[in-house]
Design a protein around this ligand. Structure first.
Ligand SMILES: Cc1cc2nc3c(=O)[nH]c(=O)nc-3n(C[C@H](O)[C@H](O)[C@H](O)COP(=O)(O)O)c2cc1C
Length: 233
């Protein structure tokens, strides 16, 4: 399977969320060797979409000649598009959103009704593509936090999508938290294995992965304590 990781964290490989993504890919790799390519959105030259719709009328050619041309080709050559990003203001970070906006050339201006909504008609056949969202966040609560980002992702990719969300993710970059992060990454690895074997992940496992690693109040107290200590330095 060819997987294209679209990393939205400006911290690139140092991203908290990339710990989760790497564990997931390791699980997939245990089932069968994976071909993985990683795009760090922040280091690419990706102009903002101008909204001119020229791409939808020009058979898929955007007015911008930047890194997005190669990224679109890579997307079309993949089996799995894995969006790995931290939650920013309940959505995805701007560099990844700019990349997502620039996928406009993949569909034409024509609209068709699918169920109770309309969508643009694809300029190619994407039926074999699968979509994965892996999202970490800084608050301890998963409820009333991830929902807008998850809703956007599912709306953009209505078919073949899977979502993994993990609260308290700064702990993945804190070695002193290994005692709770390592077991969590093992669960994520298990999810990667399941996904490679069946194309889905057990709901119970997803729920467990999405739960706080330490009690919400304890996490908040540690963060608040660190903030106070930082003020004194
Ligand atoms: C601009 C900005 C907005 C953020 N918004 C949220 C948010 O809405 N909810 C949340 O739980 N955490 C929020 N965070 C915290 C990050 O999601 C958290 O620090 C995450 O672990 C960073 O992951 P990364 O290392 O993969 O970039 C925000 C952080 C920044 C810098």
């Amino acid at each position: 399977m060819k997987t294209l990781v679209l990393n939205g964290s400006p911290k690139k490989e140092q991203s908290d969320t990339m710990h989760i993504t790497r564990a997931f890919l390791a699980g997939m790799n245990e089932v069968s060797p994976q071909e993985v390519s990683i795009v760090h959105a922040v280091e690419k030259h990706i102009e903002y979409c101008t909204g001119c719709f020229a791409c939808k009328l020009n058979g898929g050619t955007c007015v911008h000649d930047d890194d997005m041309r190669a990224i679109l080709e890579e997307m079309l050559d993949s089996d799995l598009l894995l969006f790995s990003f931290p939650l920013y203001c309940y959505g995805m970070p701007a560099p990844l959103k700019a990349l997502l906006d620039r996928t406009m050339p993949l569909s034409s201006l024509a609209m068709r009704k699918v169920g109770d909504r309309y969508e643009h008609v694809g300029q190619a056949d994407f039926s074999r593509l699968h979509y994965m969202m892996i999202c970490g966040c800084g608050f301890p609560n998963s409820q009333h936090n991830f929902e807008p980002a998850v809703a956007q992702f599912k709306q953009c990719f209505p078919c073949n999508h899977t979502v993994i969300t993990v609260p308290e993710s700064p702990m993945f970059n804190a070695p002193e938290a290994d005692v709770v992060t390592k077991p969590r990454l093992e669960l994520v690895k298990q999810a990667g294995k399941q996904y490679a074997q069946t194309g889905t992940i057990d709901e119970t496992l997803l729920k467990e992965i999405n739960s706080p690693m330490i009690p919400e109040e304890v996490y908040a107290n540690i963060v608040n304590g660190n903030v106070e200590n930082a003020k004194e330095i």
